[in-house]
Design a protein around this ligand. Structure first.
Ligand SMILES: [Zn+2]
Length: 322
């Protein structure tokens, strides 16, 4: 009798553990295919592996059928299980690009500058998905995409290049005396100096994404985007970066980790992630995972690891394909 009870207890606890594990599986979708950055087929696989390894996410990749800059990392194309694609010099509209956004807890864009416009019904589907409470993450050059799409600019808060100017909204930054500035004066949007390690300053330390991070840390070699402009509505800058190279386009602290409320949806915007070595940075990995979890659920359980960068030292993890 005693043995029977124990067996039952064991089975019951096994079932509880199983249900917790199943509940923990958030569904993420990475969208990619058209980017001015040749790293994209690899960085998609890297981000997919990071998300899966966290134990929190299952990941699908939906790729625009007509890709650009797919050659350098062509060996990674098939690893995303995103189907056959054709590579072109110029971005071509994929009239059938229609991800089922609402199946996912978070949608992550690894698109870039020059991505072709989406069919209108796909644009509307992303708007509706987010307004109803979905999650969206924009990585590095994804904030260059779709300059003419008004709602997209609201989702990402600020963006660069593609003809963005003061007509799209203020240039938002932190001054050297730590004041948040919204500059409406005329000017183009988007700039960066040479790639470098980037000193990061946390501006909001009680947000789930940044909570527990050191208030200053060094991001691995990357581009420090500057002069980003946009509607900047319902937007909070969590962290800024300072370009310390001798060719820095500004002497200001530029937004690097940002959150935006769009309807009931949550958007995490990271300007980090220029190349594969940038995406190997522990600062990138951890902020990306925490940002993706927050965009999906509004909460963060991903811990700050022991190898997180410090105020004096960037850290990175060499990528190993699993
Ligand atoms: Zn870049």
């Amino acid at each position: 009798m005693k043995l029977k009870m124990m067996k039952r207890l064991l089975i019951a606890s096994f079932l509880i553990v199983c249900s917790i594990t199943v509940q923990a599986q958030l569904k993420a979708l990475i969208i990619d295919g058209q980017n001015n950055h040749a790293a994209w087929p690899k960085s998609t696989v890297m981000m997919k592996q990071y998300l899966e390894k966290s134990g929190l996410f299952t990941v699908d990749v939906q790729r625009m059928k007509y890709t650009t800059n797919g050659e350098r990392e062509k060996d990674f194309l098939s690893l995303a299980a995103a189907g056959e694609t054709e590579n072109f010099k110029e971005a071509k509209i994929d009239p059938d690009f229609a991800p089922a956004f609402k199946k996912y807890d978070v949608v992550i864009s690894n698109l870039g500058w020059g991505a072709a416009e989406w069919p209108q019904k796909t644009q509307k589907a992303l708007e509706k998905y987010l307004k109803k409470g979905g999650g969206f993450v924009t990585v590095h050059a994804a904030d260059n995409s779709f300059p003419e799409w008004e709602e997209y600019n609201k989702m990402i808060g600020i963006g660069g290049w593609g003809g963005r100017t003061e007509k799209d909204g203020p240039y938002v930054y932190y001054s050297n005396d730590n004041k948040l500035v919204r500059d409406d004066s005329p000017g183009s949007a988007g700039s960066h100096g040479p790639q470098n390690e980037i000193p990061i300053t946390i501006r909001v330390n009680d947000h789930p994404i940044t909570k527990g991070m050191p208030s200053n840390w060094i991001a691995s070699k990357d581009e420090c985007y500057a002069k980003l402009r946009g509607p900047a509505e319902n937007m909070t800058i969590l962290a800024t970066g300072k370009d310390i190279s001798d060719k820095a386009p500004t002497d200001r602290h530029e937004p690097m980790l940002i959150v935006i409320d769009y309807g009931k949806g949550r958007v995490f915007h990271s300007t980090l992630g220029h190349d594969d070595y940038s995406v190997e940075g522990v600062g990138f990995i951890v902020s990306f995972l925490r940002g993706a979890e927050w965009a999906a659920t509004g909460k963060v359980t991903v811990p700050i690891p022991k190898d997180f960068p410090t105020a004096n030292k960037a850290t990175s993890r060499k990528f190993e394909l699993k």
